[in-house]
Each structure stands twice: as structure tokens, then as C-alpha cells.
Write a new protein. Structure first.
Length: 73
């Protein structure tokens, strides 16, 4: 799914909402998808430490916003 524009970005943002990095993957940005996924999962996996859990939440939110605002060159 390499379609861009508002509809494509909404779909990508919704995908990232449910699975961090999936929106970037749908947009064809494999490295960004991997980074968002790893940072979010590691942050959530270390939930007993407050700071990594907050970082995971921030990374998850950032992935959603990044997917929604992406514009292809």
C-alpha cells in the first residue's frame, strides 16, 4: 500500500494505533517501521520501570502521528 494522501495517511495512522510501526510499513518505510516497533515494544516490555514505559507510550503516539503526517517525496 504505497498510496499517499489523506485517506492513505488515515489508514496508516489507524494501523499504527493498533500495531506500532505498521502504518510506516504500509507506507513502504521499513526502517522507520522497525524502529518504532522496537522502541515501543521495549518500552512497554520494561513497564515495571516507569521511564521506559513512558518512552514506549511516547514512541507509540509518535508512530501514529508520523504515519498520519507522512508525505512522499
Amino acid at each position: 500500500m504505497s498510496q499517499q494522501g489523506s485517506a492513505g495517511n488515515v489508514i496508516a495512522a489507524l494501523a499504527s494505533l493498533f500495531f506500532p510501526g505498521l502504518g510506516q510499513l504500509l507506507q513502504g518505510r521499513i526502517l522507520a517501521a522497525l524502529v518504532f516497533f522496537v522502541v515501543t515494544v521495549v518500552g512497554y516490555a520494561l513497564w515495571w520501570l516507569v521511564v521506559p514505559a513512558i518512552i514506549g507510550g511516547i514512541a507509540h503516539l509518535w508512530a501514529i502521528i508520523d504515519a498520519a503526517k507522512f508525505k512522499a517525496d
